[in-house]
Each structure stands twice: as structure tokens, then as C-alpha cells.
Ligand binder design. Structure first.
Ligand code: COA
Ligand code: AMP
Length: 636
């Protein structure tokens, strides 16, 4: 294996090589993957700005995640530990067992006529079958599109509309503290809302949750689908073929279908395990997220398995299932080496157990590192976690689009001093810059748009599903030659990157990426609402939460409390409870520019009681004054 495949080299050396000799760097990293036809070239830039990695290579992602480890004698090692705090149970799948489950479910899919290139929507809670379904798709070259189980029927329908799947795989439901979420009525509703309903619906029956395939004509039970078919082998695909589509929130209500390839993804994730997370074969990684998010795709399912490690799949919360010691229990029980979670989860634990007394009940000495992402790790939470856990607490910054970290403190290379509030430095392959509105690079310390010079490294998005125009418009057109991250921030004199927040209408609520545009579209449907704006404001626990401002139609007679109740119910029903939409303020008018653009950023600053400057293009300054008085901000 070449030097770039190895941990414990220097960061500067690795970064330098990734920039000066990307071909050599990534072909070296590609040696960590088993290929059917190995790559002879790394980058294909012939259709720039649509770049492709490993254009002449063939492989199978599932083979790399499972078969090869069994063949290498790791069959009895734990591949996946399912720990359900909701049920109080734990189940371990060895690599051999997981391979067996996956190849049999892949057979079940194939028997339904699913083959390479077909899309399969996976709408599942945090149960092992979610990972089995994803890997089974990868095995036969089908493209999975996992939809977070907390999304409501309309959001599921929007994703089905776009992906046009041949099959949908689901379960009878999910478990939330104090209630069960029955998925099947939601699925039925979603199928009624879309013109692209798949021919096949497969249901994993959970004994704790009512509902079964047999309640719905034509739907198939998971076990029956498997029993009727035999196991199947891996289907080799081109490295450039899509492995999955994952929808994420953009500025409009229509989600963006981020497309991930097979080859670049496997190479990048394998490299990241060794060099960012410092996790190798037989070591345990626990990512406390959900398979419906990119963090779950990359670090619950694919990356740990690609390197022969053990992954923990946790069904539960950081608090309340049953208490603030839940995370420490999982670490102790499964000898977790690295925990990866969202800062919100740490804040939730701290709120409930400020002195971390629960730690006394568990031996968490197996843990060497805590990784955080999904939102900025605020310095206060960083300090608390560092003090209480006694291990390095590593913030790293990435997005659904990139699939793996853009900036990190690379624990497998030479770890760097940590600066609170910064995800440290660009990961090899990412040429990060901060530019002003005209695209000129700003000086160290000055805030601007964070962009990444093209091409992006392997593992990042290949585009948006069947929408090259939107891909180019959303990410590449603003600053030609650069990928627009949508985040603003700065780089300090030491080269440390600081990510301050989104510069668009995307918000992060408890690490869940949501679109305020989508919420506005729902609020605007209310009969009494003439106009509305939803902005993301600061929230002590969840980082951000949506806050709605509505202007009533002339003559509309509705009590503010009734309006609030109705709007909250509408957003829960159409987007999902995860949106945490609870604040509604009735205003006389929304502040706008003369061209009619709502001044959302200024509204957010007022709501957060931050100083703001009145934009010169404002239509009517009195509207801003009224809003400032209403919300009690410091004013301009
Ligand atoms: N299916 C259905 N509903 C779901 C759901 C799912 N998969 N996940 C969350 N919800 C619901 C919850 O039941 C809750 O409903 P409620 O309003 O009726 O109580 C609502 O969505 C909000 O849930 P949640 O965001 O979990 O907030 P909470 O207040 O229940 O818990 C935390 C707060 C901090 C404990 C929780 O947000 C958390 O664990 N955050 C970490 C998130 C994370 O890992 N993100 C991944 C990004 S890397
Ligand atoms: P998602 O696509 O859901 O992963 O959300 C990506 C967005 O979350 C980024 O564009 C950032 O705005 C935010 N984000 C993720 N990780 C971090 C981090 N470590 N620091 C700051 N913001 C982050």
C-alpha cells in the first residue's frame, strides 16, 4: 500500500500531495479497496465541471463492506451491534451473519425484478434491516434513497416523485420516547400523493408495532420476500455508477437529490477511517445519528464496514432512554473506541446531568476520541465535554453534499492542537477558500463565503439526481471554478477554519438540516395567512429552531393562539415533528427590499437580539422598527 493509505504520516505532507499530485494521492488511497477492474486513472475532468473519479474502474461496494472481510477470515468478528435503548435489547451480527442477511435480502429484491440502476426508497427506523436494505441494494447495483423516518408523508412523497423508485422498503414503525410511530399509514398516504408509486412495497414487521404488509393489498412481507428467493452474489458496477441518492434541504421547498458514486465513495471513506478517525479492523465506532442522514450513511453503515471495523447502531436518545447515562452505557458495553455525535446530544446530556455524575456508573476507558458534527460545536459545549470525558473532542465540518469531512483534526495523521469553535484544517483533497461577494479571496480573519476549489475530492457529490442544471446553479455558478458550500466563516492566521453558519435559508435544528422555505410553503397554505417568513433563530439546546412571522389577510379573524396551534399542526403533518416548529408571531408587515425580497437575515438578527445594519435597499424602515420593538432587540 502506498504511503497515503497509511496513518501516522504528516498532515502537511498528505495535504501537499493531494494538491500537487492528486492522481498519485488518490490512486494510492484506492489500493485500500478491492476492485474487479482496478483504476488506472483517478480523475476524469473531460466533462468539467462535472468531474468523475476512477472512470475506468469496476467494483462493488457491498463486496468491499462484507464479502472480502469474510473471505479474509473476519467472518466471526462483530460487524454490526444493534443496541436498542427503546427495547432494552442488544443484538450482534458477525460479518458472516450480516453477509448472509444482506445476500438473502438482495435475492428478495432481485426476485422482484430490481436490478442495477433501479431506485429503491428505504423508509426505516434505526433497526438493522435498514442497513441490510442499503447494503442489499449496493450488492445488486440498485440505487438506494433512504428517507429519514421522522419525515411526514408529503416529504416522503416528494422524494418518491423525484427518485421514481421501483421498490419501497419500510418497517411497521419506529419507536420514539412515549409513543410509537406507525409507518404504514404514512407510506400509504405518501403513495397516494405521488404519481410515481413503486410497484413493490416490502415491509419489515416489528412485533412491538401494529401494522403488517398483509393489511395492504399487494404489499410484501420482508420475511416472505426473502423466503421466496435465494441469496445472490455481488454485481460489479462502474466506480462512477450511483450508489445512492440522499435528499437534503435546499433553499426552496424541493429537496435536492445528492448523488453519490460507488468507487470514489469507498476510497474516500476508507481513507477517512484511518486518517481522520484512526479506526481500523476490529475496532468499534459508534455514530449516534440516524441512517436517514448523511452521517448515518457514511459512519453508521459504510465506512466502518469498508475497513472491517465494528459499527454500533443505536435506537434511542441521549437522554430519557432511560437517562443521561445512556451514551456512557453504550460506550462501556460495546467498548467503543470513537463516538461520533451531534453537539445537540452533548448539550442535552449536560442539561440533564451538568456534573456528569452518570459517568461514575460506567467504564468508558475504551473511548479515545469524541467526534462532533452536524452543527458548530460551540466552545462552551466543547469545554464541558473535554473536561468531563478526558479525551480529545474533535469538531469536524461537512455536509450531505460532501459525504465526508471537509475540515477536521486528522487523528490518524499528526493530530493538531485544538482551537475551540474551529473544525481545524482542510482535509487533504479539499482546497478551501473564503471569498467576498465578488469572489475575491479575503484576508485571514475576514468573514466571507466558504468555497472549495474544483474538483472536489472523491466521495463528494457527483451531481443532483437528473438535474444537472440545478446542480450547476446551486453550487457552481456563483463563483466559477469553485463549489459554494453555503456556509460562511473565516480562516485564521494559522490556517484554522471557523464555520459560522449558513448564508442561505437552510437551518440546522438538533443537527437535522431543514429548509425554512419548505416551512414557509406550508404556513402560506393557511387560509388566514397573507404572507409569511420563517427564519432560524438561536436555540440553547437544538442550536437553531424555526421561528415563523405571519401577516394576516385583511379581515381574517383568528385568535393568535388558535392560529399557532393550527400552523404547528400543519408543519408537523406535512414536514414532520423534527422541524420543531412552535413559534408563531403575527406582524403587521414583513420587512422587505424595494424589489420585494424579504429581509430574512435582518429578521433573524433582530430575533436573536443581535446588532444589525439597515440595508440601503429597504422599502420601508418603519417596518423594521416595528419588528425590533415587538421582539425587544437592541436595534440598529
Ligand atoms: N421518527 C419520528 N419522529 C421523530 C423521529 C423519527 N425518527 N426523530 C424525532 N422525531 C420527533 C420526536 O419524537 C419529537 O416529537 P415531539 O415534538 O412529538 O416530541 C420531534 O421529532 C423532535 O425530536 P428531537 O429532535 O429528537 O427532539 P427532542 O426534543 O425529542 O430531543 C435531543 C432532543 C437533543 C435529545 C435530540 O434532538 C437528539 O438526540 N439530537 C441529536 C440529533 C442527531 O443525532 N442528529 C444527527 C445529525 S449528525
Ligand atoms: P447536513 O447536510 O445535514 O450534514 O448539514 C450540513 C450543514 O450543517 C453545513 O453546511 C453546516 O451549515 C452545518 N454543519 C455541519 N457540521 C458542522 C460543523 N462541524 N461546524 C459548523 N457547521 C456545521
Amino acid at each position: 500500500m502506498s504511503s497515503v493509505g497509511h496513518a501516522n504520516g504528516g498532515y502537511a505532507e498528505a495535504f501537499g500531495q493531494s494538491v500537487e499530485d492528486p492522481e498519485g494521492f488518490w490512486l494510492g488511497a484506492a489500493e485500500a479497496i478491492d476492485w474487479v477492474a482496478p483504476p488506472t486513472r483517478a480523475l476524469d475532468d473531460s466533462a468539467a465541471p462535472m468531474y468523475r473519479w476512477f472512470p475506468d474502474a469496476r467494483m462493488n461496494t457491498c463486496f468491499n463492506a462484507l464479502d472480502r472481510h469474510v473471505a479474509a477470515g473476519r467472518g466471526e468478528q462483530a460487524a454490526l451491534i444493534y443496541d436498542s435503548a427503546m427495547l432494552g435489547t442488544t443484538r450482534t451480527y458477525s460479518y458472516a451473519q450480516l453477509l448472509d442477511e444482506v445476500s438473502r435480502f438482495a435475492g428478495g429484491l432481485a426476485a422482484q425484478g430490481i436490478s442495477a440502476g433501479d431506485r429503491v426508497v428505504v423508509y426505516m427506523p434505526m433497526i438493522p434491516e435498514a442497513a441490510v436494505a442499503m447494503l442489499a441494494c449496493a450488492r445488486i447495483g440498485a440505487i438506494h434513497s433512504v428517507v429519514f423516518g421522522g419525515f411526514a408523508a408529503a416529504e416522503l412523497a416528494a422524494r418518491i416523485d423525484d427518485a421514481q423508485p421501483k421498490a419501497l422498503v419500510t418497517a411497521s414503525g419506529g419507536l420514539e420516547p412515549g409513543r410509537t410511530i406507525e409507518y404504514l399509514p404514512l407510506v400509504e398516504r405518501a403513495l397516494g400523493l405521488t404519481a410515481q408509486a413503486p410497484a413493490t412495497v416490502i415491509v419489515k414487521k416489528r412485533e412491538q408495532i401494529p401494522g403488517a404488509a398483509s393489511d395492504y393489498p399487494g404489499w410484501l412481507d420482508w420475511d416472505d420476500a426473502v423466503a421466496a428467493a435465494g441469496p445472490v452474489d455481488c454485481v460489479p458496477v462502474a466506480a462512477t455508477d450511483p450508489l445512492y441518492i440522499l435528499y437534503t434541504s435546499g433553499t426552496t421547498g424541493k429537496p435536492k437529490g445528492v448523488v453519490r458514486d460507488n468507487g470514489g465513495h469507498a476510497v474516500a471513506l476508507a481513507w477517512s477511517m484511518r486518517n481522520i478517525y484512526d479506526i481500523g479492523p476490529g475496532q468499534v465506532m459508534w455514530t449516534a445519528s440516524d441512517v436517514g442522514w448523511v452521517v448515518g450513511h457514511s459512519y453508521i453503515v459504510y465506512a466502518p464496514l469498508l475497513v472491517g471495523a465494528t459499527t454500533v447502531m443505536y435506537e434511542g436518545k441521549p437522554v430519557g432512554t432511560p437517562d443521561a447515562g445512556a451514551f456512557w452505557r453504550v460506550i462501556a458495553e460495546h467498548k467503543v473506541r470513537a463516538l461520533f455525535t451531534a453537539p445537540t446530544a452533548i448539550r442535552a446530556i449536560r442539561k440533564e446531568d451538568p456534573d456528569a455524575k452518570e459517568l461514575a456508573h460506567y467504564d468508558i476507558s475504551s473511548m479515545t476520541t469524541l467526534f462532533a458534527a452536524g452543527e458548530r460545536l460551540d466552545p462552551d459545549t466543547y469545554e464541558w465535554a473535554t473536561r468531563e470525558l478526558g479525551v480529545p473532542v474533535i469538531d469536524h465540518w461537512w455536509q450531505t453534499e460532501t459525504g465526508w469531512a471537509i475540515c477536521a483534526n486528522l487523528r490518524g495523521l499528526d493530530p493538531m492542537p485544538i482551537k475551540a469553535g474551529s473544525p481545524t484544517v482542510p482535509v487533504p483533497g479539499y482546497r478551501v477558500q473564503v471569498v467576498d461577494a465578488e469572489g475575491a479571496e479575503v484576508e485571514a480573519g475576514a468573514e466571507g463565503n466558504i468555497v472549495i476549489a474544483l474538483p472536489l475530492p472523491p466521495g463528494t457529490l457527483a451531481g443532483l439526481w437528473r438535474d444537472e442544471e440545478r446542480y450547476v446553479k446551486s453550487y457552481l455558478a456563483t463563483f466559477p471554478g469553485y463549489y459554494l458550500t453555503g456556509d460562511s466563516g473565516y480562516v485564521d492566521a494559522d490556517g484554522y477554519v471557523f464555520v459560522l453558519g449558513r448564508s442561505d435559508d437552510v437551518i440546522n435544528v438538533a443537527g437535522h438540516r431543514l429548509s425554512t422555505g419548505a416551512m414557509e410553503a406550508v404556513v402560506a397554505q393557511h387560509a388566514a395567512v397573507a404572507e409569511c417568513a420563517v427564519v432560524g433563530i438561536k436555540d440553547e439546546l437544538k442550536g437553531q429552531r424555526p421561528s415563523g412571522y405571519v401577516v394576516l389577510k385583511a379581515g381574517a379573524e383568528v385568535e393568535p393562539e388558535q392560529l399557532r396551534t393550527e400552523l404547528v399542526a400543519m408543519v408537523r403533518d406535512q414536514i414532520g415533528a423534527v422541524a420543531t416548529f412552535r413559534d408563531v408571531t403575527v406582524v403587521q408587515a414583513l420587512p422587505k427590499t424595494r424589489s420585494g425580497k424579504i429581509l430574512r437575515k435582518t429578521m433573524r438578527q433582530i430575533a436573536d437580539h443581535e446588532d444589525y445594519t439597515v440595508p440601503s435597499t429597504i422599502e420601508d424602515p418603519a417596518v423594521l422598527d416595528a419588528l425590533t420593538r415587538l421582539l425587544g432587540g437592541p436595534g440598529a
